[in-house]
Design a protein around this ligand. Structure first.
Ligand code: ZN
Length: 339
């Protein structure tokens, strides 16, 4: 009951990359970088365990960007001729690589990282990977001709990768699909099909993370345009509830999402976001408990997990650490209250 986990990413230590900066380049190189990433993952595995987080992650310490970290291991992509693309429905314009020929996996992308994390924690281990729709919203298509077709190709190579990670011994795989909250029609038309294809045949538990993005300025401004009630989830939850996914990770802390919407996910476990990633105020255990209590009004208690709204990467290490502690304490408070 009220098992705890996190959405995935955590800040890089200052010796590994510039802090409080999204997508900061590495400060080390070669062997020192390889060792540095492992050391950073060790720090966060320990700090998550100490904070009472039941299902831990490597804090995404091995990659700079949550999508490109995987794409580097895929062939069929031209990284030299980038093109401008308005992503998340033009919320930001960035230079993106292009798909120029049939996609395939070059080899294992994250196997070594998962093997390392698995060897260093006895807690349940979660691995996070970008979903097909979000990948397709971060790369230009000069080969497939339709986003849906390109998404299915990505789903197949993600599935190949995830079968390998599953065999190494992850307990949960989480598919990150922030694009689900932007292209709601596509979710129904092909997004859920691509999601099912991504997780086909896995033995571990599966989750999809659908948030309103990192706590960066472009996202904070976008949220201001969404009105007094955010109802994007309402459109996509019926499709997600009919998918093969086990868990859904949501942004609930300080968001304007009506909690009643989780009532549409009757057959899923729900990772309720109880930690805001867009401000530096540390939640009190009581505030965390209050969000969980309100989730209990709309979902059976056995299906409720406590998590963060999104990744904690852009925050300082001290703030992130304190937020993990608040998450663990708030969930413990609720376990006591309900038992
Ligand atoms: Zn997120």
């Amino acid at each position: 009951m009220f098992e705890t986990t996190i959405a995935g990413s955590l800040p890089k230590p200052s010796w590994l990359a510039k802090t409080e900066t999204l997508w900061a380049p590495w400060q080390l190189e070669g062997e020192a970088l390889a060792r540095g990433k492992q050391d950073a993952a060790l720090v966060w595995l320990k700090l998550q365990e100490d904070a009472g987080i039941d299902t831990v992650t490597d804090g995404e310490q091995f990659r700079i960007h949550f999508v490109h970290g995987f794409l580097e291991h895929v062939s069929g992509i031209d990284w030299d001729n980038k093109t401008k693309m308005g992503i998340r429905d033009n919320r930001y314009v960035v230079d993106v690589p292009q798909v120029t020929s049939k996609l395939s996996r070059k080899g294992s992308a994250h196997g070594e990282e998962v093997r390392f994390a698995r060897a260093h924690t006895k807690n349940k281990l979660k691995f996070t990977i970008p979903g097909p729709m979000t990948i397709c919203d971060t790369i230009a298509d000069a080969h497939y001709g339709s986003r849906a077709d390109m998404a299915m190709a990505f789903a197949d190579i993600l599935n190949e990768e995830l079968r390998e990670l599953d065999a190494i011994g992850i307990d949960v795989v989480q598919i990150d699909e922030p694009a689900f909250n932007v292209f709601m029609e596509d979710v129904k038309e092909w997004g859920v099909e691509a999601l099912n294809r991504t997780i086909a045949g896995l033995k571990c538990e599966t989750a999809v993370h659908v948030c309103y993005g990192y706590g960066i300025e472009a996202n904070i401004k976008w949220k201001e345009t969404l009105g007094s009630e955010w109802r994007q989830y309402e459109e996509i939850f019926p499709a997600i509830n009919s998918s093969n996914i086990d868990q859904v990770s949501l942004e609930c802390a300080n968001s304007k999402v009506p909690m009643s919407l989780i009532g549409l996910l009757k057959d899923k476990k729900i990772q309720v976001g109880v930690i805001d990633v867009a401000n530096t105020a540390i939640e009190t255990p009581e505030q965390v408990a209050a969000v969980l209590r309100s989730a209990m009004e709309h979902a059976d208690v056995e299906r409720i997990l406590a998590s963060t709204n999104c990744g904690l990467t852009p925050l300082s290490r001290d703030v992130a650490e304190a937020k993990l502690v608040a998450l663990g304490q708030g969930a413990a408070l609720m376990r006591k209250e309900v038992s």
